[in-house]
Write a protein that binds this ligand. Structure first.
Ligand code: BEZ
Ligand code: FE
Length: 285
């Protein structure tokens, strides 16, 4: 055994008293992979110190409203990998994607057809769809929690002095045929926060910080596994270079330009407007 292998073996052996078998499995794999990383890259003392300083700064950037560690996990593709490992497994189910840091547990309750755009300075848009179970049965009472950035690329929680609280958010309940609809504005692409260590990392690696335009959804229904997902605006910028690797082809939707005064009247939006259709299929739990 090499000296390096002996260090790894000793560190792994030190876990023998771990009562929880899953904790032992996770820590064993973590030590093995971390040690393999250091050996393979011939990590220098100076590089190890830089990594510790980076992680320390990442922790120091976290506040009650900012989670720089999650952002780090996002830009390294780890969040999306964990999401994929644990996501909807069956074909034809609505695919999941990352939650992101801007979800609020308390989205404002709104009636079907309401707007989530409390400012009204974007391109008018209607989102409609049906929530179904895998066998095609509609799911009345399904709950849809939706949130999006404003047309300038900011969430309400990022601009408490500019946007009204709850702007771009809504909690909707599907009707007795599983249908939902809400009004909003077409979302825009936006940069993830770059004023912390994650921004430094993106800069050092020549990466841009943008996410393609999207609307977030968490959809739940009794007896079914909830899905956390987005819809992305087809044809938008950055679909093939999302800073957090969260785009899935099935989630890219047409936001169809629509010029029909009678439909605009029915939806309660100015004409012309854009219309996105998003039908969801949930897996039985
Ligand atoms: C978001 O879509 O809200 C998001 C996801 C990951 C990192 C930053 C933002
Ligand atoms: Fe987002």
């Amino acid at each position: 055994m090499t000296t390096e292998d002996a260090v790894t073996a000793q560190a792994v052996d030190s876990l023998h008293g771990t009562d929880d078998p899953r904790l032992r499995e996770l820590l064993t794999a973590l030590i093995r992979h971390l040690h393999a990383f250091a050996s393979e890259t011939r990590l220098t003392q100076r590089e190890w110190e830089a990594a510790i300083a980076f992680l320390t700064a990442t922790g120091q950037t976290c506040t009650d409203t900012r989670q720089e560690f999650i952002l780090l996990s996002d830009v390294l593709g780890l969040s999306m990998l964990v999401e994929t490992v644990n996501g909807q497994s069956e074909p034809d189910r609505t695919e999941s994607t990352v939650l992101g840091p801007f979800h609020m547990t308390e989205s404002p309750v709104r009636a079907l057809g309401d707007t989530i755009d409390l400012v009204g300075d974007g391109e008018p848009c209607v989102v409609t769809g049906v929530v179904r179970s895998a066998d095609g049965t509609p799911l009345p009472g399904a709950v849809l929690d939706v949130w999006q950035a404003d047309p300038h690329g900011f969430y309400d929680v990022q601009q408490p002095d500019v946007q009204p609280p709850g702007n771009g958010r809504g909690l909707f309940t599907a009707d007795d045929e599983g249908r939902f609809r809400f009004r909003t504005c077409v979302p825009s692409a936006y940069p993830i926060p770059t004023d912390g260590p994650v921004g430094t990392l993106l800069k050092a690696t020549g990466r841009h910080p943008y996410r393609p335009a999207h609307i977030h959804f968490i959809v739940s229904a009794e007896g079914h596994t909830p899905v956390t997902t987005h819809i992305f605006v087809a044809g938008g910028e950055y679909l093939d270079s999302d800073a957090v690797f969260a785009v899935k082809e099935s989630l890219v939707k047409d936001f169809t330009p629509t010029d029909e005064p009678s439909l605009a009247r029915e939806f309660g939006v100015p004409n012309p407007f854009r219309h996105a259709r998003f039908d969801l299929v949930l897996e039985r739990s």
